[in-house]
Design a protein around this ligand. Structure first.
Ligand code: GLN
Length: 279
């Protein structure tokens, strides 16, 4: 069995669970692996320990982080993502928490979990276009979903962050980022084993970007940088983040893709452990 948790402290967790169930059903139809999925709401370190993979939903990152700290979840979450380096996907507020560096906002600076060597800019789209939807094609869906992948995905942005900068590999970025004014950084952590080290060494891949010429942004004078693109989906090894909220649509394609990635990661871990035992 593969157990996938959704952090259920705040935000759109039940929407994620619903799409995960839909995604599992369509994987079953494709006859993938015949594995049985278990989907859980996660609120405690004990529940987190049961998980092979985790989703951090959209919501409000400061609140989510405060609740996590209060319920003793911050350290276990950091261990899950950065020490064990298990598959983790953050949407919107979840992406913010998974960044190594983020800007403070008026609401303050929350404790970050980290895991993605990126800096995010919270509430990037400013006041005029706080929230919008736009259709984007997501090339990474290609392999697993065939023809259906070419259909654009309805991307929902709600006071969304974007990835403003990809940071160089860890050494030194903590201190450099922390010295920037109005910036919060995640504490660094050592990967648990060779497999986790590999995940950490992985490059940050840009999975999707939004043209600032997008019609959805046309009336946004605060956001007028001709020719520029905003990075709205990234992956680094085990960690995946999107600025937008697939959980607020009824399109399970990204969930299907991600569950397939989770399966690959679980199989890699099994092989690694077998090799370790026979060494
Ligand atoms: N702006 C929110 C934050 O900073 C994120 C918004 C969202 O998840 N829809 O946490």
């Amino acid at each position: 069995d593969v157990t996938v948790g959704v952090l259920a402290l705040q935000g759109a967790f039940s929407e994620h669970l619903q799409l995960l169930r839909q995604a599992a059903a369509s994987l079953e139809k494709k006859n993938i692996d015949g594995s049985k999925w278990r989907f859980l709401e996660i609120r405690t370190p004990e529940e987190l320990r049961l998980c092979d993979a985790l989703i951090l939903p959209g919501g409000e990152s400061t609140t989510m982080s405060l609740v996590a700290a209060r319920s003793g979840m911050l350290e276990p979450l950091r261990e899950f993502v950065k020490v064990l380096r298990k598959p983790t996907w953050g949407t919107c507020a979840g992406l913010i928490l998974l960044a190594e560096s983020a800007n403070r906002t008026k609401k303050g600076g929350q404790d970050l979990i980290g895991g993605l060597d990126v800096r995010v800019n919270r509430n990037h789209f400013g006041r005029q276009v706080e929230s919008f939807q736009t259709n984007l094609s997501l090339p990474f869906l290609g392999d697993s979903l065939g023809k259906r992948a070419n259909q654009p995905f309805r991307c929902v942005f709600i006071r969304a962050p974007v990835v403003e900068k990809i940071l160089p590999h860890r050494a030194g970025i903590q201190t450099e980022e922390a010295s920037r004014e109005g910036t919060i950084v995640a504490p660094s952590q050592k990967p648990a084993d060779d497999l986790a080290k590999e995940e950490l060494q992985a490059e940050v891949e840009i999975m999707a970007a939004l043209s600032t010429h997008s019609p959805a942004l046309q009336n946004n004078q605060e956001h007028d940088h001709p020719g520029a693109e905003d990075i709205i989906a990234v992956r680094q090894g085990n960690v995946f983040g999107t600025s937008f909220h697939p959980e607020l649509t009824d399109d399970p394609r990204i969930h299907v893709w991600w569950l397939e990635e989770v399966l690959k990661a679980v199989q890699r871990r099994e092989q690694f452990e077998v090799a370790d035992r026979t060494r």
